[in-house]
Design a protein around this ligand. Structure first.
Ligand code: UD1
Ligand code: CA
Length: 469
């Protein structure tokens, strides 16, 4: 059957209280409209039309070029929104599936089930409904004594007894396309919100004598996001599903409430994720790694058996069996080979670091080519920026750099050389040599006594800011 999809994404989203479009707000690592688009991919709709209006430029930017857009200049309701798509629908005889742009939990399986049900039952329309514990805010399916759908009533137009109905309208429908066009031509805005309601088409089709069915889905899948509380709720549900998928694949997640993983991330077996970890974007983590606690990894590759704790990694590649953290920052374009140690308060930027090299503490490695088995003493700084240009530092295999050394780039430290602690290196160092670049020490004997500078210990006052006793 010819299937056409219409997604409503023009609304103002008043309840979200935002300057932006509601449907570009993020839940679990993606704008919510992209979750809907992702579910739609599995449906195989020939035509996909997105109704845009409020902050349309944002919605278009997120969805890209592959779909069609129709402008709803004034947001006069969901029925009015779908009317704007009629030029796309005219002349078609199959199924039009309509979805709201604010229901990110819907799955391809449920959309396909709705289309299958529609195709098999000779329906004029099928509504996807769900049973909600708390249906407040949703439209309700009104059924007759025999259980046949009669119409949909909006929460704000419902009588007290209709408000008690727990079967809600998900705002996902399959219509026989010509019947949708015909019914849309007959809806009005005589209701509490003075809007053209798409759900009114259901009552119209039934009155015309067409068969309308309801497919009851899982409520969670139909949740709409209207405010920031619902945005948080669906974000947690989506993230929970992603975490479960990884756990089934053999990843140990200590606390999925505080572990956030984008849908796009790949993680190997027997890797453990500790609390407070975010793994985002195009990231791939190997097997038997230990990530966290409190770590963020964006768009990076991490090899097997590597540990990363209390650290931030962005756009970098880390090899196997590395030790990163605590409190390390691996910045874009950095490539760490295998068995590398990057320790506390070490930053690496746009550098390659070879096998078995170590920077255990308080070091900056920027724009550097570092060979194998290099040791960075505590407080080594590659001085790569002179205020105008960035320069490269080349450190070859087996170099030992003593603590608190400055390497003024461009400079090369050749194989097997040593840098004495406290040196400021401005010239290349030949292989197998020791470079010492620091001023000579003078000891002024008995200076403290002569100057009366003996030091006494001071008492520390208790911290009174703490609440309690
Ligand atoms: C709608 C349904 C309600 C259903 C609920 C499910 C109507 C009148 N009500 O209510 O029965 O239970 O969804 O979540 O349809 N939009 C436009 N143009 C407009 C108005 C809205 O494109 O003029 C878009 C919005 O961007 C949004 C979607 O349509 O993505 C739904 O609109 P919203 O205002 O959230 O409808 P609800 O009040 O949730
Ligand atoms: Ca909604």
């Amino acid at each position: 059957m010819d299937v056409c999809a219409v997604v409503m994404a023009a609304g103002e989203g008043k309840r979200m209280n935002t300057n932006h479009s509601k449907v570009v707000q993020w839940a679990a690592g993606r704008p919510i409209i992209l979750w809907v688009a992702e579910a739609l991919k599995g449906v195989g709709a020939k035509e996909q039309v997105y109704i845009v209006g409020h902050r349309q430029e944002e919605v278009r930017a997120v969805l890209g070029e592959d779909v069609a857009f129709v402008l709803q200049e004034h947001q006069l309701g969901t029925g009015h929104a779908v009317m704007q798509a009629t030029p796309f629908l005219e002349g078609r005889n199959g199924c039009t599936i309509v979805l709201p742009g604010d229901a990110p939990l819907i799955t391809s399986d449920t959309l396909r089930a709705a289309i299958d049900y529609f195709e098999k039952g000779d329906f004029g329309a099928v509504v996807v409904s769900a049973i909600a514990d708390n249906p407040a805010g949703y439209g309700r399916l009104v059924r007759d004594e025999e259980g046949n759908v009669q119409r949909i009533v909006e929460d704000r137009d419902a009588t007290e007894s209709e408000k008690k109905i727990r079967e809600i309208n998900s705002s996902i429908y399959c219509f026989r396309t010509p019947l949708l066009i015909s019914a849309l031509g007959r809806i009005d805005a005589k209701n509490a919100q003075k809007e053209y309601y798409l759900p009114d088409t259901i009552g119209i089709l039934i009155r015309d004598g067409h068969k309308v069915g309801a497919l009851v889905a899982d409520f969670d899948e139909t949740r709409g996001v209207n405010d920031r509380i619902e945005l948080q709720q669906v974000g947690k549900i989506l993230n929970g599903k992603i975490c479960e998928r990884h756990m089934r694949n053999g990843v140990q997640i200590i606390d999925s409430n505080t572990t956030w993983i984008d849908d796009t991330v790949r993680i190997g077996k027997d890797t453990v994720l500790l609390p407070g970890t975010m793994i985002r974007g195009d990231t791939s983590i190997g097997e038997e790694c230990r990530i966290g606690e409190n770590t963020r990894i964006d768009d990076s590759v991490v090899g097997d058996k590597t540990t990363v704790e209390y650290s931030v990694l962005r756009n970098c590649r880390v090899g196997k069996n590395c030790r990163i953290g605590p409190f390390s920052h691996i910045r874009p374009e950095s490539v760490l080979a295998d068995n590398v140690t990057i320790g506390a308060y070490v930053e690496v930027k746009n550098s390659n670091v070879g096998d078995f090299s170590r920077a255990r503490h308080l070091t900056y490695i920027g724009d550097a080519q570092v060979g194998k088995n290099v040791n960075f003493g505590c407080g080594t700084v590659t001085c790569n920026y002179d205020g105008l240009d960035k320069s490269a530092c080349i450190i070859r295999d087996n170099v030992f750099i003593g603590g608190n050394s400055n390497l003024i780039s461009p400079v090369t430290l050749n194989e097997n050389c040593y840098i004495a602690a406290g040196s400021t290196i401005t010239d290349d160092v030949p292989e197998l040599s020791l470079a010492i670049a620091r001023s000579q020490q003078i000891n002024k004997e008995n200076w403290v006594v002569k100057k009366n500078r003996l030091r006494a210990a001071k008492l520390i006052q208790p911290d009174r800011r703490r609440e309690g006793v």
